[in-house]
Write a protein that binds this ligand. Structure first.
Ligand code: SF4
Length: 472
């Protein structure tokens, strides 16, 4: 039976087709726990619950996310909440709404604490003109001033970003840049409807470096049409020449029933099964030998980057903005579809632009759904996040943080979870080392499967009937 051999860090690993078959299932991505489909809709978690969340914000630090939903054209693989338009006026009206939303949220937040982390995502934030970028910045910092040394990041699309926009962003305080690249091969780019010459990406990064952006992230996707190991290794060579501090390598989720535009992707040209996983493992191999650390799920960091150091030290964190070294923040979020994690609740804004604007125009918070986390949710979230960020969790450490919930003993509380974990231990994906539950190097490819063992509602019939993406 076929198997894959690859290097991860200093180790050479072998992955069999049998293991892939057993664990290549569908599951949540765990950008949150509990996952979004398990949150309560607006009729059970609406503006009044949203207000309660804001009033309960008491974490020592804050972070701010702003969503800009506009793109000039649609990439065929896209799974984001996007509004396709070329009209700058729509952005102007949107900024009016965001300004009003910041004001509304500000009315319910008791005191001003500086933000240690800011991220603008989309869509394409650089859909905005330099003047609009400055305006959005002013709206945000008036209510959420920046802390000294804050991480301030923005997602850009090199195809619609010029030097003036980059200079504006650097000028107001952005110090991190994340660029979509996906694949540099012309045939793949044509099939996904995103033509982006590698020279353009190179020039954009060079300009950003010149302007003082200290950290650059490049997004890649594996599992796209026409990708082969050979073609994708060329993409990796191109990206390595650019020497980004971080690389995200996402698994393409082909869900044409959910995203109609994905139907234009030639499904017969999609790699699947072992071929798809080969793209991922060969990327791990190449990046491991080129000074990058696989920090978890789909992220890599250069060995000199703080995320790589935090991963080594077991202090890595994860939130809606991705991996981070900053812990314990209340995360405020603005704009259509934006997700906040504040006062022990998750809250998502209306994804539909019209509904978002209508709520704001009515002077109401644009709440679409949310969840107040129970004690059990908080416990499981802590356990799952520790596993996903640091590949290990200490039972005693968890008991120290949740003394009441774990008073009956870890084995009793997690009896069913440990039963689910047993086959993964037998297959060498997890090791039980005294006090520690440790994901092995091979198990790191199946970290979501490990997390799923501790997601009790997923197994007890309380999980939602939704289409989750494949773990591999
Ligand atoms: S630029 Fe990004 S958000 Fe916009 S359509 Fe393409 S993938 Fe989607």
């Amino acid at each position: 039976m076929e198997s894959l051999s690859f290097r991860l860090g200093d180790e050479r690993l072998t992955l069999s087709a049998e293991l892939l078959e057993r664990y290549g299932t569908t599951g949540p991505r765990y950008t949150s726990y509990p996952p979004v489909p398990r949150w309560r809709d607006r009729d059970q978690f609406g503006p009044s619950e949203h207000r309660a969340a804001l009033a309960a914000a008491a974490a020592p630090t804050r972070s701010v996310y702003v969503h800009v939903p506009f793109c000039e054209r649609r990439c065929l693989y896209c799974g984001c909440n996007v509004v396709i338009t070329r009209s700058p006026e729509r952005a102007e009206g949107y900024l009016d709404w965001v300004a009003r939303e910041v004001e509304l949220v500000g009315q319910h937040v008791s005191e001003t604490r500086p933000a240690t982390q800011v991220h603008w995502g989309g869509g394409t934030p650089t859909f905005l003109s330099p003047g609009q970028l400055e305006r959005l910045w002013a709206i945000q910092v008036e209510r959420f001033p920046l802390a000294e040394g804050a991480e301030v990041g923005v997602e850009i699309d090199p195809r619609v970003t010029d030097r003036e926009q980059l200079a504006t962003l650097a000028g107001v305080g952005f110090n991190r840049l994340s660029l979509g690249v996906q694949d540099t091969d012309p045939k793949v780019q044509e099939a996904i409807g995103r033509i982006q010459p590698v020279e353009l990406t190179r020039d954009t990064i060079a300009a950003a470096r010149e302007l003082g952006f200290g950290s650059i992230n490049v997004d890649l996707i594996y599992g796209l049409p026409h990708q082969s190991e050979e073609r994708f290794s060329q993409t990796l060579r191109h990206v390595l020449e650019l020497a980004p501090e971080r690389i995200a390598l996402f698994n393409y989720a082909h869900l044409p029933q959910r995203f109609k535009h994905q139907r234009a992707i030639p499904s017969e040209a999609l790699p699947s099964g072992m071929d798809k996983l080969r793209l991922f493992t060969s990327a791990i191999d190449v990046l491991s030998t080129q000074g990058y650390r696989f920090i978890g799920l789909d992220h890599f960091a250069r060995e000199d980057d703080e995320l790589a150091r935090a991963h080594d030290a077991g202090t890595l964190q994860r939130n809606f903005m991705g991996y981070s070294t900053r812990a314990g923040s209340d995360a405020f979020a603005f704009g259509a579809s934006a997700i906040a994690d504040v006062g022990g609740r998750y809250v998502q804004n209306e994804p539909d632009l019209k509904a978002y604007g209508a709520a704001i125009a009515a002077g109401e918070l644009p709440t679409r759904r949310g969840l107040e986390l129970s004690g059990d949710d908080l416990l499981r979230r802590a356990l799952i996040l520790r596993l996903l960020c640091n590949d290990r969790v200490s039972r005693q450490g968890l008991a120290a943080d949740f003394p009441q919930l774990l008073a009956p003993g870890f084995e009793q509380v997690f009896a069913r979870d440990l039963e689910r974990l047993a086959p993964l231990v037998a297959d060498g994906l997890v090791r039980l080392e005294g006090d520690w539950i440790v994901i092995t190097p091979l198990g790191r490819l199946f970290a979501r499967n490990v997390a799923m063992c501790f997601d009790e509602p997923l197994h007890s019939g309380q999980g939602p009937r939704v289409q989750y993406s494949k773990t591999h």
